[in-house]
Design a protein around this ligand. Sequence first.
Ligand SMILES: *Cc1c(COP(=O)(O)O)cnc(C)c1O
Length: 345
Amino acid sequence: MIIDLRSDTVTKPSPAMRRAMAEAEVGDDVYGEDPTVKELEEMAAGIMGKEAALFVASGTMGNLVALLTHCEPGQEVYLDEEAHIYYYEVGGMSALGGLIPRLISSEKGLYHPEALEEAWRPENIHFPNPGLLCLENTHNRAGGRVVTPECMHEAVTWAKRKGMPVHLDGARIFNAAFALDMDVADLVKEMDSVMFCLSKGLGAPAGSLLVGSRDWIAEARKWRKMVGGGMRQAGVLAAAGLVALKERARLKEDHRLAETLAKDLAAIEGLKVNLDQVETNIFMVDLELPGTDAYRFVSLLKEAGVLVNAVAPGRLRFVTHKDIGEKEIAQAVKIVENVVEGVSN
Ligand SMILES: *Cc1c(COP(=O)(O)O)cnc(C)c1O
């Protein structure tokens, strides 16, 4: 048995999703005729408290379409230096959107008001025009950390003062909402647009959603077509997404198991876990094993049957998800213990 703790994207569709996919009513969604896609979009907009939604192929496509819709080529996009949009999306904002990233230094994805102001470039003939502020919640590279509503509010207030709209990369926004024990619509109410993923912890095989005002989504729909995201009988995918959305409370179980796993790993000599920072389904483990770096440790774990990702030379990332239960967690702890013992001797 391989225990895969690399990401919450590795889950397989559940039997209920498979059934829904097989039975989905479909049509040509580019013609606006796929009832299942429509149902998913309406449900997503309702849950997020926005007027409308757009089904897209991936989170990366959702973010790109959002940036293209909000901005014009040559504008600056304010985002933090560890933001997924900047770090992991192949530079699409610049390569395809003609946009310039303006990096804000952040503390684990939390913007300090001073850092925002420090990054700000006022009107000057030499500077690009400001276009957009992006937030991310939960913050991926910060280890699934939750950005508090207060912090989001401060950033939005700042952006509004500067005349910029705000886009939220909410790939895992439901994880944030559950961790905060908050209604997700409340959490995102000040955002002009939000992208969230069905294919992360929610466990669907593919797809993300973009939500915003009716007019904005109509414009985004055209940009989606331009980047090749007009899918035809996409209801087969949307059907799995509907099941995933309805079962979203399951994410709380991932949080509970991540906490258990983090505590058990923290008790192993040579591993360091900052338990205060274990807030959702992702957490980081620092290695303090002389002579072994994270990349070698990852390959030793793999041989022993546990998959995790190294995110830095001394740092591993563990992620819990739908296909991981108590049994897998207990087994994983045993395997990690053995591997640590092996390298310590
Ligand atoms: C995964 C992720 C994305 C991109 O989603 P894909 O479906 O992999 O393209 C965007 N933002 C964050 C924070 C993510 O974790």
